[in-house]
Design a protein around this ligand. Sequence first.
Ligand code: C2E
Ligand code: CA
Ligand code: CA
Length: 696
Amino acid sequence: MDKFFKTAENFETALRLIEVINRTTDDFLFVLDIANDTNRFFGPIDDEFDVRQPGKDTNTTAEMLNVVYPADRKALTEDLERIAKGEQQIHDMSYRWFNKRGEIVWVNCRGQVINDENGNPYIMIGRVSEEALRHLYNPLTGLWNKTKLREDLAARLNTGRGYLILFDINGLAAINLSHGRSFGDELLREVANLIDGAPNVIEAYHIDHNNFAAIVDAKEPSELEAIYTLVCETMKDKCSFASGAVPIDKEIFIDVGQLIDSANMTLKKAKQSASDRLEFFSSEEIEERINSLMLLEELKESVQNGFEGFEVYYQPQVKGGSYEIYGVEALLRYVSKTRGRVFPNDFIPLLEQSRLIEQVGLWVLEEALLQCKKWREGIPGLRVSVNFSSVQFEDRYIGEKIVDVLKKTEMPGNSLMVELTESIQLQASEHFSNRIKYLKAYGIGLSIDDFGTGYSNLGYLKQLDANEIKIDRSFVSGIRNGTYNYKLISNVIEFAKTNAIHVCCEGVETTEELAILEGLRPNIIQGYLFDKPCPAAEIEESYINASSEQFKERVRAINNIYRFKAEIGVIHFDAQDILRENDIGLWVIRIDKAKGHFEMHTDDTMDRILGMERKYAPAECYAYWHEKIAEGYADYVHENVDIMISTGRMVQLKYPWNHPTLGTVTVRCSGRRVEDADGMVVLEGYHRILSDVEGI
Ligand code: C2E
Ligand code: CA
Ligand code: CA
């Protein structure tokens, strides 16, 4: 090879060859004669860059430096010197050039040195690529962009230290509007140069619009304060900045995603504060991160030691109305050696972020299926619900893995319900629906967890062919506080019934909640009212071992629920007809006291309960209800309405009311103040009759 280039003839042949190769690429190839400092570029480089004098086909390093961005010249010269001295055989650098229009572009330049027969550097052949970096920088300011920031942070998180600082120009849109776009662009370039040239800044980035970042070689927050002050002071006549900084430290952040999220969080804090400032990731936040990373280490160790410290608890799900056991939900528990019991909400996100959930999740599945298999001897047809994270469904073989566990435990597909919390990523993905279809082909059920909190919509449920939806506890426990919850649940159940989807109400804690919910006839109920999640052995005692104290206790508790429901009168409990569907009326009262104007808006059920023969206008309706409040009770009702208005709390009242056809009945009413509308105080609530319901 070396000898080949040594004869002039061969050298010319080589150049012609390079000329040809150059036509196949958008890069610019070059051959540098090191000893003579003569560089030859190939291709139409003169169209874009003034690297050489017009008409000449070679240039010197000094000529080439003219197009290099001043701040990058030193590093380039040093690199070329090392090459000339034979200290280095490969040149690989990214730096900025000016193009003919004076714009900054990043190029990546790579070359390989060829030595002469004495081992001295002779020529370097290489290429300059603008294309390679085009997706990595912002053409307006010439700074690196977000993609490059991620790459650099990833590398730095592994090896180095320092800080990431974010800058946000306040009110850039307004500046553009009042001074014009080109003023705004000039401002951005000025800020870019300023940050790029600030002391200790290793690399600067233009993230988007008004957003800049820098990786800073700093040990102390004060060094960042200095940069922030410099930028603010220099620009103070034109704009102001909010800024946030976090240490680049792998003892604090698991990955780049977390680091960037945290930096954004500090920036947000800075923006929310009244004056412009630089906000740091607080020491408490750092401590919290370190703490959770330590917990993650423990979790990893536990997984390696055969899932030591992990345990699966089970929470029964009962059938609506009969309260017979229908299934159990498997819920993961963890007891740490150093900190004792840890809440799932604290350790499950860590398992997800680290993807340990993939292993742990399959372990839970196997435990749960084995347990269910055993319990099926005493409770035929028992089902088990197992939670899966969306992380687990990113695995293209998740379907196969689940089915493998079923086969291994010799359990039928329909004994398993896969619970998934719906997320927006899942919605969009075709892969996801394919994985679900795979499971369904084995008879495995799909349950949409935490329904109502996320992005779920009813059409999507149908498309996914879900078997069950679980209405989130926040709706269930709020059912007493607002008609919105009631309406939501009622609509969902209505929809589900027509589409043969089961409804499970989660987090039912009180008999009252149960009574209201059962008006809507959910299929399944799960909550502390029946059972808390407990170890497998306790389920056995309460549900299978009929002679145990726990078993008897449970039967007593259920009888109490029956009795309670029977006592309050409204809720006629019998196995066939759990509850009349139409005994709860919804109302909204709107009040303008100053004008003495009162309105009542009612739903159809309410109209029926009030015995109205037709739909009344709101003011008329209010008067109808109000005048039928039994004598001597109007003040009591008014007082309670005033409490609703002044406290915003849920208020319950009970009063006799003169029904047009039933005579005097006792009415139970709950209501509370919601957001005012049209300048009127708005109250919302429900209404039912506690006696003589028959005949309405
Ligand atoms: P989830 O799937 O929504 O589980 C229901 C949560 O509500 C459980 O919390 C349960 O203990 C609690 N709960 C049930 N009934 C009531 C009630 O009447 N009142 C109240 N206040 N709470 C009730 P837990 O066990 O702390 O689990 C929290 C979350 O952790 C679960 O929410 C689930 O998202 C996740 N999780 C638990 N085990 C696993 C697992 O094995 N894999 C995955 N991926 N996630 C799991
Ligand atoms: Ca669940
Ligand atoms: Ca849930």
